[in-house]
Design a protein around this ligand. Structure first.
Ligand code: ADP
Ligand code: MG
Length: 470
């Protein structure tokens, strides 16, 4: 295996355990510089990425590397200027990190990873790896009124697999802790009984594997493998919508497990009834178990989460700074963590204490309007497409398929409500449709929103995606 192949395989593993956006943000533009005496040196594009890879992802990286090469015991990150900048969010920090580039020994640190049991025996189950990130545990999850139902349900399921709440369906907006809770169940089950077969997978990964197995004529092995599982965790099931063959196979696997009292846990960004293209029989299966939602955290919870993250990272941040972040970053917890890390990076890179003033500076362009700086038409279209699993071409295409028309109406509504785009302009976004179409869409959605709570949740979920900065 060449270094390039090793890294590509490793990234493939990592991709499963982090979100797509996290993956793009932190792992794009990285490579392996060298591998000697069990030590891998990873090239990263800037100090911010180095900070994150070392503090947040070291275990995940090592774990993934180990799957491809058991000799790797240590990793280190090195800032390498030539690597192309991965993403826009870091641009204003690059000026700062550029000062401490690769010749500075302080940017070159080695992470000695303790040889704990987790790493020397990385979840070697007979089926295959559980794909769990050991960081996600019940004990590192802050419980508040916004998530206590979901937390209690997950905890209960982890203690009584298969018979209590089956399936367990957790839903809530982006970055509110669904993946964290789902994986906590898996980690807790394995901690108590390592012989259990646990599998965490994203719906995208599941679909990909399924399609590959259909192509390679190995569908029976695929199904047989799933039937061995005691706990199947499927994240982000909204992406299952519309894929008939996938839904069919999913239903079969679901039924087999269910009939054998094997536990199934599912997450989605919306309740089953709002996944518009879900097959009815799957929807009613999902609804037949326990459904729990996660809502946005209030100030107290945001503050408590920041405090716990600061302790986790052994940071001594003044209370006022944490308060400032908690007051201003309100969308979701992923952003909250991102903000904390950003302040930390500013503070370390400039060698200034993390005062509320520094936090204000570090977060200026995030907080500003409370939202992302400038939202573009493209952001809206992208969010709608990602939510409904469509391509921009499909969204714009003429035709009367009900789901697509609905998605297009939502897009038109959001272009108007979020961007104040003219109706003419909106028509132009969709292959030169007449402005009256846009007016009709806007008015239809506006009036339905007043009486339809499900639609409201749906539009909110899409809106969140527009403003999600990562
Ligand atoms: P989702 O899957 O809902 O998009 P995640 O589970 O990925 O969200 O959560 C985003 C980040 O926020 C993760 O790093 C997670 O650990 C953290 N997080 C979310 N909720 C909590 C909580 N209640 N306590 C501690 N950390 C949390
Ligand atoms: Mg998630």
């Amino acid at each position: 295996m060449t270094l390039e192949e090793l890294w590509r395989a490793t990234l493939g593993e990592i991709e499963v355990s982090v979100s797509k956006a996290q993956f793009n943000t932190w792992f794009r533009g990285t490579s392996i510089l060298s591998f000697e005496n069990g030590k891998v040196i990873i090239a990263v594009p800037n100090g911010f990425a180095k900070e994150w890879l070392e503090n947040k992802y070291n275990i995940i990286i090592l774990h993934a590397l180990n799957k491809n090469n058991r000799e790797i015991r240590e990793i280190a990150c090195q800032v390498v200027q030539e690597t192309p900048l991965p993403q826009k969010q870091n641009q204003n920090i690059d000026a700062v990190s550029a000062r401490s580039q690769s010749t500075d020994p302080s940017t070159f640190s080695t992470l000695k990873i303790k040889q704990n049991t987790q790493l020397s025996t990385p979840y070697t189950h007979s089926f295959h790896s559980s794909n769990l990130n050991p960081r996600y545990t019940f004990s590192s999850f802050i419980v508040g009124e916004n998530n206590n139902l979901a937390f209690a349900a997950c905890k209960a399921v982890s203690e009584q697999l298969g018979t209590l709440y089956n399936p367990l369906f957790i839903y809530g907006g982006v970055g509110l802790g669904k993946t964290h809770l789902l994986q906590s169940i898996g980690n807790s089950v394995l901690e108590k009984d390592p012989s259990k077969e646990v599998l965490y997978t994203t719906t995208e990964k599941f679909t990909h594997k399924l399609i590959t197995s259909i192509k390679n004529n190995t569908i029976n092995t695929f199904k047989a493998n799933y039937q061995k599982i005691d706990l199947l965790i499927i994240d982000d099931v909204q992406f299952l919508s519309g894929r008939e063959k996938t839904q069919h196979e999913f239903f079969n696997i679901f039924n087999t497990l269910y009939q054998r009292d094997k536990q199934i846990v599912i997450s989605s960004d919306r309740p089953p009834k709002s996944i518009s293209t879900l097959e009815d029989r799957l929807r009613s299966r999902f609804e037949g178990g326990m459904i729990a939602d996660i809502n946005k955290p209030n100030f107290e919870i945001r503050f408590a989460i920041l405090e716990s993250k600061a302790i986790e990272k052994k940071l001594s941040f003044p209370e006022e700074t944490l308060r400032y972040i908690a007051e201003n970053i309100t969308h979701n917890i992923r952003e909250l963590e991102g903000a904390l890390n950003r302040v930390l990076a500013f503070s370390q890179l400039q060698n200034i204490p993390p005062s509320p003033e520094l936090a204000k500076k570090a977060l200026a362009d995030i907080i500003g309007s409370g939202k992302k700086k400038t939202i573009t038409q493209k952001d809206v279209i992208q969010a709608v497409c990602s939510h409904y699993d469509l391509t921009p071409e499909e969204l714009a295409r003429k035709g009367r398929k009900k789901e697509i028309t609905h998605s297009r109406h939502i897009a038109m509504f959001l272009l108007r409500s979020e961007l104040k785009l003219s109706y003419k302009g909106i028509g132009r976004c969709f292959g030169g449709r007449d402005h009256t179409t846009a007016i009709h869409a806007f008015e239809k959605i506006s009036s339905e929103l007043e009486k339809n709570l499900t639609l409201k949740e749906e539009v909110n979920a899409v809106r969140e995606k527009i403003y999600l900065f990562e």
